[in-house]
Design a protein around this ligand. Structure first.
Ligand SMILES: Cc1cc2nc3c(=O)[nH]c(=O)nc-3n(C[C@H](O)[C@H](O)[C@H](O)COP(=O)(O)OP(=O)(O)OC[C@H]3O[C@@H](n4cnc5c(N)ncnc54)[C@H](O)[C@@H]3O)c2cc1C
Length: 396
């Protein structure tokens, strides 16, 4: 019989959450295998709004500690990965009928700056004429002025790949794409059946599932004892031609109940997102924007930029499922917007963890929480400074 490969940890799911956990474990010199059923960074983590941010709208839900934590992560990555991150001034135009008043939003952005411990570039305000000078195509009817604040934009897919690659050449960090987990034995050391072109077996002392919105489905497939926890919420974007949509600054479009971003990147402009509750039975892989979502984004864009021909500027789309976790004690009927973005750790079996929720921005902190918890159980030291190593773009 062939000798099977043994690992300290198996990480299932190579989105940004799994990438962060993998990096932290390898930096702690743990022999770790990272697998994904598809390519790494191909699902939710490549379909985000591509911002590292505190989440200014969570201030409305008084989630101050969440915003503070995310702002710290945003500003940490701004320093650690300057070739991937770009800090931009976001503009919130305010109209007479906007859902939030000028002064309420001004207070909000000042609070946002203070929660960043003043590491954000300072927020501010613009008069109507200053705003129109900067963005002449903006609808001027009923316009009062604008509030500004700063957040970071990032190439979500390539940054995540670099997180994985930064440690995957080391002796301790093995990776397998297009590899699905099929079967797990009852207790540790786990005997695990994996499948790519063929089925094979490995063993691992611990398993950490970082399968994001797919988690309930994976638990069901593996026949783990597990109460479904995901409140699947689809979010889509339109990718716009930069030469047709002039957008020098990111703009925050205030819709009645939520906000939509229009963000200039190097090669395109991103408009999104939508928020659509999915049923748990639906397929979550490789999604596309629906016609209704497209109409919703176009309609809201046109309120702000009536003279721009968005229909002729659409060059692509993205769609993904937010890994929102149903709040304890609340039914599945809660709206996606009201669900917390806090990450959570569950243990469906001994030596088996599930890390879900959170945001792209907070992946380093999420990884630190699950890895330090695992080490504490084993009475091993956890070194938080290891994940503060810079990440550089590869030369190729
Ligand atoms: C529209 C949208 C916009 C967003 N914008 C932002 C933003 O601007 N900033 C921000 O901070 N956050 C944002 N988020 C949230 C953020 O994108 C997610 O929190 C994050 O990407 C989740 O990462 P993940 O690794 O947990 O999940 P995923 O990236 O989905 O990774 C899970 C992986 O598990 C794999 N998998 C599934 N089943 C199996 C199996 N059986 N075996 C092996 N592997 C399996 C999948 O292939 C997938 O690669 C946004 C989310 C959405 C949907």
């Amino acid at each position: 019989m062939d000798k099977i490969s043994h690992f300290d940890y198996l990480i299932v799911g190579g989105g940004i959450t799994g990438a962060g956990v993998f990096r932290d474990l390898v930096l702690h010199n743990k022999k770790t295998l990272l697998i994904d059923k598809k390519d790494f960074m191909s699902q939710t983590s490549a379909q985000s709004s591509k911002m590292l941010h505190g989440g200014i709208r969570y201030l409305e839900h008084l989630e101050f500690s969440l915003v503070k934590e995310a702002l710290n992560e945003k500003n940490t990555w701004k320093d650690l990965a300057p070739s991937f991150t770009r800090e931009l001034e976001f503009i919130i135009p305010i109209y007479k009928n906007s859902p939030h008043s000028f002064w309420k939003l001004y207070a909000g952005v000042k609070l946002y700056d203070s929660l960043s411990m003043f590491r954000n570039k300072p927020s501010g305000k613009l008069s109507k004429s200053e705003l129109l000078k900067r963005m002449p195509q903006l609808n001027s009817k009923g316009l009062i002025g604008a509030i500004t604040y700063h957040d970071v934009i990032i190439d979500d897919k390539n940054f995540g790949k670099s997180i994985i690659e930064s440690v995957s050449n080391k002796k301790q960090g093995a990776t397998l794409e297009n590899t699905e987990i099929l079967k797990v034995s009852e207790s540790s050391p786990f005997i695990i059946t994996l499948k790519n072109e063929k089925e094979f077996t490995i063993s691992a002392n611990e398993i950490i599932f970082c399968t994001g919105p797919f988690t309930d489905k994976v638990m069901k497939q593996l026949e783990f004892k597990w109460k479904p926890k995901i409140l699947p919420s689809k979010g889509s974007h339109l990718i716009l031609d930069k030469s047709k949509i002039s957008c020098p600054y990111p703009v925050v479009i205030q819709e009645e109940n939520r906000i939509i971003f229009l963000i200039p990147h190097d090669d395109f402009v991103l408009l999104g997102t939508t928020e659509l509750k999915l049923s748990p039975g639906e397929n979550f892989f490789d999604l596309s924007i629906s016609e209704d979502e497209k109409k919703y984004l176009i309609k809201n864009f046109k309120h702000y930029f009536p003279s721009l021909e968005i229909e002729n500027a659409i060059i692509g789309q993205t769609a993904g499922v937010r890994p929102l976790v149903i709040k304890e004690g609340i039914s599945e009927n809660q709206t996606p917007g009201a669900a917390s973005r806090q990450h959570l750790i569950f243990h469906p079996r001994n030596d088996c963890s599930i890390l879900i929720g959170g945001k792209y921005t907070t992946f380093r902190k999420m990884a630190a929480d699950v890895v330090s918890q695992s080490f504490a159980k084993r009475q091993e030291p956890y070194y938080p400074h290891l994940s503060l190593k810079p990440i550089h773009k590869s030369k190729s």
